[in-house]
Each structure stands twice: as C-alpha cells, then as structure tokens.
Design a protein around this ligand. Structure first.
Ligand code: ZN
Length: 370
C-alpha cells in the first residue's frame, strides 16, 4: 500500500516508520490539495496499523481496507450541505467509544476537516484530544488556514503536495497500461485523483458516462428543448449505471458475513452500503461535471493556441470547431454554468434539475459564442 503513494515518498516513509516503531499519533491532520493522495495515505496508514505484514496490500485485511469494507476503518464525510452538523459529530463520538468490531484498533478517516464550524469543532475537541486508546483519527483538509485552530492544535499535521501532472500521467500509464491520452482524460474526469483515475480506466460504465457527456456537448447547439431534457436524463442514467457493479459486490459481502454479523450487524452493514452508494453516485455526478469543465477548458486552450495539452484528445476535432468561434468571455460563462451545477448539487438540488440548467446555459453560449 505504501508503494502506491509514489508522489508522497516522505510522508509514506514517515508514517510507515511511526507504525513500525509503535509511535502512531492518536490524531493526524493531513493537509493538501485534492488529488495529492491524502485519502490513499490515510488508507495505507489504516492498513499498516491493522495488517499483520506492514500494509502488504495483498492480505484480506488490506484488501478490505482498500475496498472500503473493513468494519474498523470508518470514512466519514460531512452530511450537512457545506459543514459538519453537531448531530453528526455526536454520532461519530458515540461510535468512537464503541469497541472495534474485528481488529484491535479502529481508524477514523474524517474528510472535509476544513468544513468544521465552531459548534461542530467544539463538540469534537475532547474526543480528538483524548480518543480511546484503540482509536486513531485522521482528519483530511485542503488548506490549513480553513481548519478551526483548536482542531489544528490537537493534531499532528502532515502536508501533502499535488503531484505534477506529467508524473500523474506517467504513473497511471505504468499501473494500467493506458495510453497517455487516455490517462490524461481519466485524470481530467476524476479531478486529478490518481486512485479514482485508475478505477475510472478500469470501469467500462464510467467511461461510457464520459462518452455520453462528450456526445451531448458536441451536439448541444442543435438540440431542441425536449432533446436537452432527454440528454440530461440519459446522462444521469449513465452516471447510475456503474452502481450496479457495486451493488453486486455489496450483496456478496452481506451474504458472506450475514451469519457472523447477526441481524443487527447485517443492518449496520447494509446502512454502510447505502452510504457508499450515495457517495459513489455523487462522485459519478461530479465526474461528468469535471468532464464538461475539462471539455470547455480544452476549447478555450485550443482557441488561444496556448499549446497546453488538451485533456480530451479523442474529441479534438469537435473541440476545434468550437474553439474556432468561441471567445474567452463566452467560455468563461459556460464554465460558470458548470460551477453553478456543482454548487446546486452540493446544496441537494435534484441532479436532473442541476444538469438540465447547466446544459441550457452551455447551449446558450455555444449558440452565441461571442
Ligand atoms: Zn496486509
């Protein structure tokens, strides 16, 4: 598992040594931009703590941590629109104080540590300062400045740097056998997050969703209103398609552990699966928005002969046509429409409505690209 953190050699060595020497801190704060490998590092740390063979990556424990199905490794994301609600923090605290299910330690990976407000931070401070002996808490945040200082002061802070794009492309090619253009497109779709880009390349339904988004953008200027609504619906169906694969794996897992877990444990597992599905659907939606964004950026790059690498090389011809007529101001308006869709989705507007509105806005720009 450590070997996968290629871009973060120092952090990986540091954490591996801490586990080996038995001096793992009870609370870490991993800080760095999206795609820098914070979550992978947190999972690798969890493996190193739980695995009998120093995060070998191959044993049942490591595999389950990697899949997100180990009951003693909890990944927590804010349930509020833009923050942790005190209610959710209380649930986490309650859970922290329960004994591990299988292992002798529990690891909490808490995403969006920069979204704690004063209230939720205060509710969490005591737990963060003195969690039970068998608990390790890893908080993830994009910038240190955005994290409430009382939280920062109770954690050991580790900084992550974003990997250079060329390095990310190279790694992805090595690990998946993909071409450089495919690797670039996968990174653009997944916001530069390496493990997700790798999953993306290995998932035909997710690549299919990308094709759908690109096909919609290509024809958008000639679609009538009804067509746009249908296109949005088809796109969202494509976003949901990869969930079938996950549902099948989850059903297997339930079947496998049912007897051992009992009725209550099985219910908890099913709840966790439901949350995983919701998170995955949100990720899929964010992926198609990333793709729309990168396509518009590519058009802008091509329109200015900027010489930068385009992310969606496979549709360069269609983009060239738009690049020939679009102005930077118009491209910026279209990019703002994608940003607005992202905002709406984060505020729980229905994905269908958010995507429809975005497509209509982009259509307006494409029809009048000045
Ligand atoms: Zn292992």
């Amino acid at each position: 598992m450590w070997d996968e953190l290629v871009g973060q050699r120092q952090v990986a060595d540091y954490l591996a040594a801490a586990v080996r020497r038995g001096v793992v801190s009870h609370a870490y704060l991993f800080v760095g931009p999206t795609g820098a490998g914070k979550k992978s590092a947190a999972r690798a740390l969890a493996c190193a703590i739980l695995c009998d063979d120093e995060a070998c990556g191959a044993c049942a424990t490591c595999k389950r941590v990697r899949r997100g199905s180990h009951p003693d490794v909890r990944v927590v994301t804010p349930e509020g629109a833009a923050t942790y609600m005190v209610e959710q923090i209380r649930e986490i605290i309650h859970d922290v104080n329960l004994s591990p299910v299988e292992a002798d330690r529990k690891i909490y990976i808490i995403e969006g540590a920069d979204t704690f407000n004063e209230g939720s931070a205060n509710a969490f401070l005591k737990t963060l300062e003195e969690p039970p002996d068998d608990v390790v808490i890893v908080l993830l945040a994009t910038t240190l400045e955005a994290v409430v200082p009382t939280i920062v002061s109770r954690c050991q802070v580790l900084r992550f740097r974003r990997m250079a794009p060329e390095q990310a492309v190279r790694l992805l090619m090595e690990h998946t056998g993909a071409q450089d253009t495919e690797a670039l497109a996968a990174l653009a779709a997944t916001g530069g997050v390496l493990p997700r880009a790798r999953e993306f390349l290995n998932s035909p339904p997710r690549r299919e969703a990308r094709e759908r988004m690109l096909a919609t953008l290509k024809d958008l200027d000639v679609l009538d209103e009804h067509d746009v609504l249908v296109a949005a619906r088809t796109l969202l169906a494509a976003v949901k398609a990869p969930l079938d694969e996950i549902k099948a794996t989850q059903a297997e897992e339930v079947l496998e552990h049912k007897e051992f877990l009992g009725a209550k444990g099985t219910k908890a597992l099913e709840e966790r699966h439901k949350r995983q599905l919701t998170a995955r659907e949100r990720e899929g939606l964010s992926e198609v928005l990333n793709i729309a964004e990168s396509w518009l950026r590519d058009c802008l790059v091509l329109s200015q002969d900027a010489g930068d690498l385009v992310a969606n090389h496979d549709v360069a011809d269609a983009m060239e046509e738009i690049a020939a007529v679009i102005t930077p101001a118009a491209a910026t308006r279209a990019l703002a429409a994608v940003k607005e869709a992202r905002r709406r989705v984060s505020y729980n507007v229905s994905p269908q409505l958010a995507v429809e509105a975005m497509l209509f806005d982009i259509q307006e720009v494409l029809r009048c690209p000045r």
